[in-house]
Structure formats: C-alpha cells, structure tokens
Design a protein around this ligand. Structure first.
Ligand SMILES: Cc1cn([C@H]2C[C@H](O)[C@@H](COP(=O)(O)OP(=O)(O)O[C@H]3O[C@H](C)C(=O)[C@H](O)[C@H]3O)O2)c(=O)[nH]c1=O
Length: 184
C-alpha cells in the first residue's frame, strides 16, 4: 500500500499493492493495522456503503454535521468517477479548497477523507459502482452539504455540469457563503 498526501491535510490517496497472476488479481482493499501504520490514522470504520450510478450522475457535496461527521475511505469497483473533497474545517488554512481524484476500477485507487469535509463525485463512465467505509453511522437529521456548482469553490468536475443528473435534495444545497455552521 502506498500513501500519497494531498494539499489538504489528512486527505490521502491510497494505492493498494495489487498481486497479478494468471488467474487475475488480488489486493487487500483495507487493512486497519497497515493503514494506521502508514497514515497515523487508526480508524474504526462502522459502516460500509455502496451506490450504483450512470454517466453524468453527481452525488454531493454531502456531509453530516458536528459529532455525526464521517471520515470516509472511498473507491470505485466498476467504472470511473471524479471524487471531490472540500475542506470545511473552521480555521483550516485550506478552508474552502478542494482536491479531486480520479478513482477507477483500473487504477484501484482509494481516497481517504477525514471528518470535516464535504464529499461528492461525478460519474465519468457509462456506469459506476462506488463503495466506501464510514467511521460514523448515518444520521439523517445531521445531513447537510454545499451546492456542487458553488462559484466560490469553482470545482472542475471534468464534465459538462449543465448535463448532470442530481437529486432534488442536492439541488437545494446552499452555496458555502450561505451555509449553516457545520460544527467542524
Ligand atoms: C447516505 C445514506 C443514505 N441512506 C438512504 C437515505 C435515502 O433514502 C437513500 C439515498 O440516500 P442519498 O440520496 O443521500 O444517497 P447519496 O446521494 O448517494 O448520498 C451519499 O453520497 C455522498 C457522495 C456521500 O459522501 C454520502 O455518504 C452520502 O450522502 O439511502 C441510508 O439508509 N444510509 C446512508 O448512509
């Protein structure tokens, strides 16, 4: 496993070691001890999620507020997505900045996003299966987020965002300047 830091403190790209042979491939998709040794983060993930989306679907930017915030370890097991994390930690020197990572079933890359971030992705392939681990349980009442097209964030989604398929809930998310205190 190789850890690639990003300009956002705590956000890490993980490249697992893939073992290829005549049958196909094998890799450890998560190893708590190894992850802790290499990143310094000993994360007790409590919930695994999976979503399926078609091309042009954009999910995000989502978060759970305050004590219900979730660190996530995300990956793609089918297709290709551009994954985006936005730093919403008050006092962070990179507050309001984002980092994007191309996650594909070919590169097997994973993206670790600590608590205090908004998270979303856009599907670039015909279809995508998105799988991720969370270190806190889903809490509907704590759900919030920021609008994916926030001009101040100016996220390059690497796609024509006039053609995206977004949930009504996500379309109603505020720009960051109008957002409530997320408690981060
Ligand atoms: C997140 C979640 C949702 N649900 C239920 C609630 C809804 O009835 C249904 C679809 O939920 P939603 O439209 O919020 O799903 P996404 O738009 O994929 O949301 C996720 O997408 C972005 C990228 C994230 O990072 C978050 O983990 C999460 O917000 O699943 C659950 O039962 N448990 C859960 O943990």
């Amino acid at each position: 496993m190789t850890i690639i830091p990003t300009p956002l403190a705590g956000c890490l790209v993980i490249q697992p070691r893939v073992f290829n042979d005549g049958r196909g491939y094998f890799f450890e998709s998560f190893n708590r001890k190894r992850f802790a040794e290499l990143t310094g983060f000993d994360i007790d993930f409590v919930q695994d999620n999976q979503s399926y989306s078609t091309k042009g679907v954009l999910r995000g930017l989502h978060l759970q507020k305050g004590e219900f915030s979730q660190a996530k370890l995300v990956r793609v097991t089918k297709g290709e997505v551009l994954d985006v994390a936005v730093d919403l930690r008050s006092g962070s020197p990179t507050y309001g900045q984002y980092h994007s990572v191309l996650l594909t079933e070919e590169n097997n890359q994973q993206f670790f996003i600590p608590r205090g971030f908004g998270h979303g992705f856009i599907v670039l392939s015909d279809e995508a299966v998105f799988q991720y681990k969370c270190d806190n349980y889903y809490n509907k009442e704590a759900e919030s987020g920021v609008h994916y097209a926030d001009p101040d964030l100016n996220i390059n989604w690497q796609a024509d965002i006039t053609e995206v398929l977004v949930s009504d809930k996500d379309l109603e998310l505020p720009f960051l300047k109008n957002a409530p205190d997320f408690g981060f």
